[in-house]
Write a new protein. Structure first.
Length: 262
């Protein structure tokens, strides 16, 4: 019988399969494309998770298309391909993760204080029961909502997120309870030069399922290179550790390209 990937491994994978934030960060910003604007994003993520002597390596290829519906409202679609290789017998898997649909609405903006707020609701479409069993995502429609703050400061900007969501499973034997997730994070971004930005992203994610609570803390260092106003090239290094004993420690590298066009 195929062994299920432990839930502590799956938490990071499910989050990674969600739509893009402000590449390469986990924390999103309030920026939108403007009416008629378009954005394409592509990234590759390499995760190495270690738990009690076992190692799981996950490679995720992601793509997202965003369309500016108005100056303050974006709509987007995201999809991913996932490859899992593990020392746990039977835990290897390949396939598509949960597609995602969502919008970002910047509902407040002050030129005087240079402060803005946005809301980002998202729906993650289900994958097959076989893919859920393999650890590639969730077999029922899942969803999330993120409150975003962006504050311009003399060195660049600071972004903060409060997010909540629900991961819903179709296999009630392996996952008898759905999972409620929350995340709080903050990311200062420094404008090093006209073309370079450096960022630090720190936060805490919590998953509650059937009375069990898992806390995961993460920290990321990222850089963004913009050869022109329409293209960004991003690279980030992330370290994550959860509260379970023994805990899962995950080291990740993410690299991506963003292209904006009319």
């Amino acid at each position: 019988m195929k062994q299920h990937v432990p839930i502590s491994f799956a938490v990071g994978l499910l989050l990674a399969s969600a739509a893009f934030a402000f590449q390469p960060l986990i924390t999103d910003d309030t920026g939108t494309q403007g009416s008629g604007g378009n954005q394409l994003e592509f990234s590759v993520n390499e995760d190495r998770a270690s738990l009690a002597g076992d190692t799981t390596k996950t490679r995720t290829l992601q793509g997202a298309y965003t369309r500016g519906v108005s100056d303050t409202l974006d709509a987007y679609f995201a999809a991913s391909l996932v490859r899992i290789r593990s020392t746990i017998p039977g835990a290897d898997a390949d396939g598509s993760g949960n597609p995602a649909l969502g919008v970002k609405w910047r509902f407040f903006e002050s030129e005087e204080s240079q402060t803005s707020f946005a809301l980002k609701p998202e729906v993650r479409l289900p994958i097959s029961s076989a893919k859920e069993t393999a650890g590639l995502g969730t077999g029922r429609t899942s969803y999330g909502l993120t409150l975003i703050l962006s504050q311009e400061v003399p060195f660049g900007a600071v972004h903060a997120n409060l997010a909540t969501g629900r991961n819903r499973f179709s296999d009630k034997v392996a996952n008898p309870d759905d999972a409620t997730t929350t995340r709080a994070s903050i990311a200062p971004v420094w404008d090093v030069s006209e073309k370079w930005k450096l960022a630090l992203d720190v936060g805490r994610e919590t998953e509650v399922s059937g009375g069990n609570k898992t806390r995961s803390d993460f920290a990321e260092i990222g850089t963004i290179f913009s050869p022109n106003k329409d293209i960004d090239v991003a690279l980030g290094i992330i370290r994550r550790s959860d509260s379970v004993n023994p805990s899962t420690t995950t080291n990740s590298v993410t690299a991506g390209v963003t292209w904006r066009f009319k």
